[in-house]
Design a protein around this ligand. Sequence first.
Ligand code: PLP
Length: 188
Amino acid sequence: MIPYGRQDITQADIDAVIAVLQSDYLTQGPMVPRFEQAVASYVGAKHSLAVNSATSALHIACLALGLKKGDWLWTTPITFVASANCGLYCSAQIDFVDINPRTYNICPEQLEAKLVQAQKVGKLPKVVVVVHFSGQPCEMVRIHMLGQRFGFKIIEDASHAIGGTYQGEPIGSSRYSDITVFSFHPVK
Ligand SMILES: Cc1ncc(COP(=O)(O)O)c(C=O)c1O
């Protein structure tokens, strides 16, 4: 049987959890900023914020970028529902951009063609959520250039991509995006 997921938990991990359980804080204690700082320094990000899930992180990322009713959020059709639902939670409308069949990631050529059409009818997206599917990075330079040209914000849904790299740098620096989201669900 192929397992759904198989985690690697060391004694040090178990000891760290026990130390928290025996401490004064179970939710907002000092381990949270320690974790945030560790992730930020590992990926080279200026800021890092821990929440309960990537689903929540995608939602507050959309809120932080001002997504609201009447706006459009575009994403890839080959993803988990959270990449699109974050827009629905903000009452935005959702549309999908086709993938590159070689990488399974959002296709920059298809994105550009769709943006040109959307511009003609005044329906450009406010936010584009790109997904580094299975940890393979999207073509961020090209997507970033399209963002500059058409004026949309970019969220990297890096739920599959903690530990991944793009152009030799860890995914998560948000060098070519506004916000990057990771998931710590065990299958990731
Ligand atoms: C691409 C993608 N985005 C977001 C999520 C949501 O992650 P979480 O379970 O941490 O909410 C998942 C989970 O499967 C995912 O695959």
